[in-house]
Design a protein around this ligand. Structure first.
Ligand code: AMP
Length: 116
């Protein structure tokens, strides 16, 4: 998919906007969320541009697994002891505000269910 010129996470992947990067590979980048909702709040994004998780899964299924594996590794590095939440917000009504696929890794506190 062609990225829009104003895609924030494409600019972070390109290094044009700074981010607190905690993990990277050939296919994914993980960086701390600017507005953390938990003691650990990291976004794991593919380097390639896709609007959401479903579009990434259709185009590059292995990269979806790569996002989850990277999140698990960061969770280990952060000492979360296997206790964390992974979230793909999809669509504005579900809370998505940046339309470049990103997996939220949240941890370091207890979470409630259902989410708000
Ligand atoms: P979502 O609402 O699921 O699309 O998540 C987008 C996330 O990106 C939000 O949690 C924001 O706090 C986060 N965010 C926005 N701009 C930046 C940035 N420049 N660096 C890091 N995180 C950001």
């Amino acid at each position: 998919m062609t990225a829009p010129d104003d895609c924030l996470f494409c600019k972070i992947v390109a290094g044009d906007i700074p981010a607190d990067v905690v993990h990277e590979s050939d296919t994914v980048l993980a960086f701390r969320d600017l507005n953390p909702q938990a003691p650990t709040h990291v976004l794991v994004v593919p380097r390639s541009h896709h609007a959401n998780a479903a579009e990434l899964a259709a185009a590059e299924p292995a990269t979806v697994a790569g996002l989850v594996a990277a999140a698990a590794r960061v969770a280990d590095d952060e000492g979360l002891d296997g206790q964390y939440r992974l979230v793909f917000n999809t669509g504005a009504d579900a809370g998505q505000s940046v339309f470049h696929t990103h997996l939220h890794l949240l941890g370091g506190r207890r979470f409630t269910w259902p989410p708000g």
